[in-house]
Design a binder for this molecule. Structure first.
Ligand SMILES: Nc1ncnc2c1ncn2[C@@H]1O[C@H](COP(=O)(O)OP(=O)(O)O)[C@@H](O)[C@H]1O
Ligand SMILES: [Mg+2]
Length: 234
């Protein structure tokens, strides 16, 4: 998953939603999904985003819609403006992905925001009211939970947005949100730091900002589960 190197074709549904507003492909994932920004040349001037998935994995967007709607009662996540087979239209949240070029050179700030942002998300989403089971890749027979929370489910760095002051501005990509041990998110968030900010180890910064000591066994367990799962879009 990365920013596209050559512009992918714009699907008709995106052209129709955009009308006469500018369209920019901003993200291509490992499943062939493409996210388009509508209404501005940079995240600062974005109005909406439309995420499009190939037919074979379009059901993943159907999973995301009710999760976004539920989580929006408690956390800063995008408002759903519409969806259909293979597409999901959301209102732009102000902020830039933690892997935007503005932040990729400032990994310490990004790691801190991701950790603090996950803490706020976990503290804000009510487990007792959550209608969603564990993230798909967590599976059965996990070790006893350190703390059950509503996990983001795909807590890799690009899914945290940062405000210009370096604080967490919200979360996107909630298709796998559900109740699980908080280490399901922390294991993936810390693992993604190595992919997105190579060259140094930022795990300690993220976990300190979250406010937890490393738990190497749970981290290893959830990373193994994640790596065994073929459809983790990132
Ligand atoms: N509503 C939104 N507001 C701000 N940024 C968004 C929004 N929706 C998507 N994005 C941006 O597009 C990227 C891809 O969207 P995402 O839902 O994470 O797709 P994928 O499932 O392919 O990872 C995000 O990392 C984020 O930068
Ligand atoms: Mg994503």
């Amino acid at each position: 998953m990365s920013a596209p190197s050559t512009p992918p074709p714009v699907p008709p549904v995106v052209t129709e939603i955009a009308g006469d507003r500018p369209v920019t492909a901003v993200w291509v994932n490992e499943l062939g999904g493409v996210t388009f920004r509508i209404g501005g040349a940079s995240p600062a001037s974005a109005a909406e985003y439309v995420k499009t998935f190939p037919e074979a994995v379009a059901y993943l967007l159907d999973d995301e819609v009710p999760r976004l709607r539920w989580a929006r009662g408690y956390a800063t996540v995008p408002e759903v403006l519409g969806h259909g087979p293979g597409w999901l239209r959301t209102a732009a949240l102000p902020g830039r992905s933690a892997v935007d070029s503005q932040w990729s050179g400032r990994p310490e700030t990004a790691a801190r925001a991701i950790g603090a942002g996950l803490r706020r998300l976990h503290d804000g989403l009510p487990v007792a009211d959550c209608p969603f089971g564990p993230p798909s890749w967590v599976g059965e027979s996990a070790p006893p939970a350190d703390r059950l929370v509503v996990c983001h489910g795909d807590a890799c760095a690009p899914n945290t947005l940062l405000a210009d002051d370096g604080s967490c501005a919200g979360h996107v990509d909630l298709g796998d949100l559900g109740v699980a041990d908080r280490w399901a998110d922390l294991a993936i968030a810390t693992m993604s730091l190595d992919w997105n900010y190579p060259g140094a180890d930022w795990q300690a910064v993220l976990l300190a900002a979250y406010g937890v000591r490393p738990d190497p066994e749970r981290i290893a367990f959830y990373r193994r589960r994640w790596n065994d799962e073929p459809t983790s879009p990132g």
